[in-house]
Every structure is written in C-alpha cells, then in structure tokens.
Design a protein around this ligand. Structure first.
Ligand code: BTN
Length: 255
C-alpha cells in the first residue's frame, strides 16, 4: 500500500501534486488525465498501483508489477509553445535523475530523448502527451514510470530494465521517491521560466552519448552521424559529414 500521509509530509511544492489522486487500477494514468474532464486542475498527479495498458513511447507498452513501482502522470494546464514542451520533457527526466542521485547516490545517465538509465539499464521512462484547443496546446500530461521495488524483469527489451531495488540492493520507500521527484520537477519547471539554459546544461552533463557516433531511427528512416550536442530546446544536433541536421524525435543507439 502506498502511504499517502508519508508522501504528503515530504511533498514541498506549491502546486505539483497538491491535487493528488491515488487509485488501484486504471488503463493508463496518461489516458485518464488526458481524457477525463473532471481532472482539470493544474499540477494534478494521478498515481496508479497498476495499469492494465500502460503505454510507452512509439506505441510500445509499459509493463510494471502491481504495487511495487511508481506509475503516475502529472497534468499541466496553460498555453504551451512547442519549444517549451520539449524543455518540460527534458525537465521531467532530469527531475527523476536528480532524485535518484540524491536518495541513492546513483550515477544516472540520460539517454535522448528522455530515458533514465543506471548502469546502462533503464530504470525509468517518460511519455509526454498533449492536447489542443483550436491551435493552442492547452494541456500537457507527463507520464512517468519508475521501476522501484520490482525484483526482476522477465521478457525481451530494447534496453534491459533495472529497478532501484536491484541497483541499491534494498527495498526503498516509494513515498519518499515520489515526493522527491515532484519537488525537483516543480523546481525545474520554475527554472525553465528563468534559467532554461540550466536545464539544458544539467541534462547535457548527464548525456553520455554526446560525442559518439550514433544511429537514429525515425519510423522507417535511419540516419547515422555524430551526436554533436543538444540545442537550446533540447533537440538533437546530428553531424553527418559536413552537414548538420536537427533531430526532433527518434530512437538512438551507439553505432
Ligand atoms: C517509455 O520509456 O517508453 C515511456 C514509458 C512511460 C510509462 C509511464 S507509466 C505512467 C504513464 N502512463 C502510461 O501509460 N505511460 C506512462
């Protein structure tokens, strides 16, 4: 059981998670916050113990044992520009990385666009989705799955999963971790407004693939080049010979 009181004591935010919804089972926490009109408050966090159809990026599924991990979504309301959404995406993975660092002293790596890795294994994933009214994006939902106390991961994966329990060699408090992530996330959201370069720099410093030769898969297109950097909005700068290309989405791997 998730102890809401314990979580609440450690939550140190103005608005993120102040409207907190906890449920046993949903299809996907992202779907609920995107589609259900009753959940409409900026900063709402929905945590589910189990998702019957948890979703990952690129139509993949996100499988997570019931009651052992953190599968939750954060709702942001407003008027969002495309560039800002990408910064929010980076700020989300950065918040998870900072929290894992602080609580368990992991050396956390961020893999573009926003996978969170420990010892080259995936410990958390993020799925950011949005909805629009007219031509304005008015709702952003950030879905975060963190493998916390799951002991093993049977099956085949693109990147082998791991959990805090496996890396830290102990069962840890999900309440403490969730409050830490939300505290960091609110802090990073504020930084996007006043010092966006700090988000980019902190993210860049954790991205070990910069400088490497990589393969980028974008649907049925494949590009190979040098991962030169990320730009001021977090998009990937790929050098192919003498030309430079900006990559907005895709899956990357070392060549
Ligand atoms: C990925 O790495 O492909 C992203 C995984 C995102 C999983 C989370 S779990 C909570 C939220 N609800 C979903 O259905 N997906 C996200």
């Amino acid at each position: 059981m998730f102890n809401i009181e314990e979580f609440d004591i450690k939550l140190d935010t103005e608005f993120i998670g102040r409207n907190f919804i906890y449920c046993d089972e949903v299809v996907s926490t992202n779907d609920v916050l995107l589609k259900e009109k009753e959940f409409n408050k900026d900063g709402t966090v929905l945590l589910a113990e189990y998702q019957s159809k948890g979703r990952g990026r690129k139509n993949r599924t996100w499988v997570s044992n019931a009651g052992q991990n953190l599968t939750f979504s954060i709702l942001l309301k407003g008027d969002f520009k495309e560039n800002k959404i990408n910064l929010i995406n980076l700020a989300s993975s950065l918040s998870v990385a900072q929290s894992l660092d602080t609580l368990y002293q992991f050396d956390v790596e961020l893999k573009w666009p926003n996978d969170v890795l420990v010892n080259k294994r995936k410990i958390a994933g993020i799925l950011l989705e949005s909805s629009s009214k007219g031509n304005k994006i008015n709702k952003v939902v950030i879905g975060i799955g963190i493998n916390v106390n799951q002991p093993n991961f049977p099956g085949k994966f693109d990147i082998q999963p791991t959990s805090v329990r496996k890396e830290f060699k102990a069962i840890v408090s999900r309440e403490k971790l969730l409050s830490e992530v939300l505290n960091n996330f609110e802090n990073n959201l504020n930084l996007i407004k006043v010092e966006p370069n700090k988000i980019i720099n902190d993210w860049r410093n954790r991205c070990k693939m910069i400088g490497e030769k990589i393969k980028v898969v974008m649907g049925d297109k494949i590009k190979v080049g040098l991962f030169d950097d990320i730009d001021e909005n977090g998009f990937l700068i790929l050098k192919i010979g003498n030309t430079v290309e900006k990559i907005y989405s895709g899956d990357i791997s070392i060549r």
